[in-house]
Write a protein that binds this ligand. Structure first.
Ligand SMILES: Cc1ncc(CN)c(N)n1
Length: 231
């Protein structure tokens, strides 16, 4: 079995819990509370900004230009393409995208981004890839599942979101992650492979927790006036 398949197999209960999450189910049913959509976009905008910084850290781990090019292209994808699903959520919620930017990271988004940063600063390229992979991988599987089960037409409120993540481009990104993880695992010792599995499972758990954070509009326990904590 490919190492990437083993990661996916170990994470199966988490992926299944994500498919059953009320936010994710709500996307398929065309029925997500407005405040959940708003909280999601506010947090995801900051999450994806940090994700680009982590891709920069990943570049510092690369030994080939091919790997560098992959991460460079992924930064372009986040900055230029992933604004479309955010715009879909904003349109449904009836808010302007510009008004949802620069929010302080909520506890779960903070935890998730710091987990990936730690893996990419202190770990190998394989550990970095394993920590980052659940981001495209879970969304690709959600998109593909909703596309086949719901088969939305253009009248569906989340047609754009489902079409975006169920699209072959996100599938190709996921498959490239898998191939790079497999190549790293072939060179890795047992300890490094254990860490890759651990990082993959932690990020998958935090993907699930991110949906809950948005659905329940998680905030820090004490509300402050200042937005200085936005990093
Ligand atoms: C938290 C999260 N995870 C994954 C994705 C899809 N790139 C996203 N936009 N946000």
């Amino acid at each position: 079995m490919r190492f990437s398949e083993k990661l996916r197999q170990e994470a199966d209960p988490i992926f299944n819990a994500i498919f059953e999450h009320p936010f994710v189910k709500g996307i398929g049913e065309g029925n997500v509370p407005k405040q959940a959509l708003i909280h999601y976009v506010m947090q995801d905008y900051e999450y994806l900004t940090t994700f680009c910084r982590i891709y920069g850290l990943a570049v510092s781990k690369c030994t080939t230009r091919e790997d560098m090019t992959f991460f460079q292209e992924q930064i372009g994808f986040v900055l230029n393409e992933e604004i479309h699903p955010h715009n879909n959520f904003c349109e449904v919620a009836g808010v302007r995208y510009e008004d949802l930017q620069k929010a302080p990271l909520a506890p779960t988004a903070h935890h998730y981004t710091r987990h990936m940063m730690e893996a990419s600063i202190n770990g190998s390229l394989g550990e970095t890839l394993a920590a980052l992979a659940p981001c495209p991988w879970t969304y690709w599987e959600i998109g593909r599942k909703l596309k086949s089960e719901v088969n939305p037409d253009k009248q569906h409120p989340f047609y754009d979101w489902i079409s975006f993540y169920g699209n072959d481009e996100v599938g190709t990104i996921t498959e490239t992650f898998m191939a790079k993880i497999d190549a790293c695992a072939e060179q890795a010792g047992e300890r490094e492979k254990e860490l890759m599995l651990s990082h993959f499972l932690k990020s998958s758990q935090l993907e699930h927790q991110f949906w809950t954070m948005a659905y329940e509009q998680e905030e820090w326990p004490v509300r402050l006036q200042s937005s200085i904590s936005s990093l």
